[in-house]
Design a protein around this ligand. Sequence first.
Ligand SMILES: C[S@@+](CC[C@H](N)C(=O)[O-])C[C@H]1O[C@@H](n2cnc3c(N)ncnc32)[C@H](O)[C@@H]1O
Length: 456
Amino acid sequence: MEPFRYHVYVCDQRKPDGMPCCSARGSLAVIDALRRELGARGLVDKVQVTTSGSLGLCLRGPNLVVYPDGVWYSGVTPADVSEIVTEHFENGRPVARLITHDPAALKAEITDQRNQMLAALKARDEAGVVPDDLMGTVRAFQDSRVLLSAVELDCFTTVARAEPAATAGAVARACATDPRATLALLNALAAMDLLTKTGDAFFTTPKAKRFLVAGSKDDASMAIKHSLSLWRRWSTLTEVVRTGRPVASTEMANLGQDWTKPFIAAMHRNAALRAPLVVRSVGAAGVKRLLDVGGGSAAYSIAFAQANPELRAEVFDLQTVLPLAEQNIAAAGLSGRVLMRVGDLRRDEFGQGYDLILLSAICHMLDPAENQDLFVRVQRALGPGGRVVIQDHVMQSDKTAPRAGALFAINMLVGTPGGSTYSEAEYRVWLGQAGFAEVSRVAMAGPNDLMMGRRL
Ligand SMILES: C[S@@+](CC[C@H](N)C(=O)[O-])C[C@H]1O[C@@H](n2cnc3c(N)ncnc32)[C@H](O)[C@@H]1O
């Protein structure tokens, strides 16, 4: 029995630039149109869409094949989708004009394409062409830099405001940039599917409108600007590896609002999804006093306070962060229960009698000795039975996985004197030495896990 009436495989194959393939011929737009049309007609439970590798008709894409009928469509455009859905999926009548009817011809074409592809791959291999994935990594900075400069210059907001007259000239005038250079930047953004271009005018795509235009509901431009700061640091990596020390002074307390505002915005966005998950995993019941060490935007304290009306939280952070966190606390209507406390987590005592102390994204900033010292002060600040919760990258012992954590260690290498990402074994030893019992690890969705311990 078929789980769906129809199963549609749409080729989404990417090949090196210049080689014919469905993605270069617009398959993404067809897939998007198909999913939208099926959704709009309430057919998603009847017609399953799966993207696939090459179907073998590379010169005539985008291609899709519909099972159980075994019908092959070629040269499909978004404009054909509505007809396919109506005729084929609703009325059971395949659209004849888009079908390759002769199975023998179909097979011969697929075989021919496969042979050509294998010959091309063999020729590349014999010529010693660098593999695409390796070159992709070498050039990954290009996409990143184009996007970051566009965000730095507020290009997306400018384009959105100037639509439908957002020519490169108009955008350059509004952004105070050079017209020729602006045109090149906007063309690249269009090539990256972050803008579209009609005639001389540029338009924001739905993704750019949602995430990159100032004032939109999910505007991430401020958080993305944090990556501009990271870019500058990462550019020093070679020098840092030579010397073992970060190139610039990086005490967070000394960094201005140009650094702090995007940084805290980035933390706040990360927390939007994670804070409720952490609250659920840790549990807020019975917690009366929470200390959120390096609590940043206060997102986690807010989530705990929302989960338990008896809970009072203190966000312990730097003076520079205080006004940003206070805005979030006030917006959540929790000014009476979530309080700010300014201090230095590297040396201050934290007080006494807390039920829960959260160290979210803190340990990676510190070196091993600093973490051991921090855990001792945290242990002293907890009441009997109180818990410490660490949220961070938790590495396997050889530190090569998870990948995100290995790369984050580089982020700390270029940005801090001694920060890194640490393994479960290291956390267990440090927590044990600080006097914590019942040490456990809780796996979470996403790059970070929790390590927990209890003061007996
Ligand atoms: C990576 S952020 C984590 C923020 C928050 N805990 C979260 O998970 O979203 C690190 C936080 O530690 C704070 N911080 C850094 N150095 C500090 C110090 N010496 N004393 C107090 N807070 C500090 C930063 O201001 C920032 O809010």
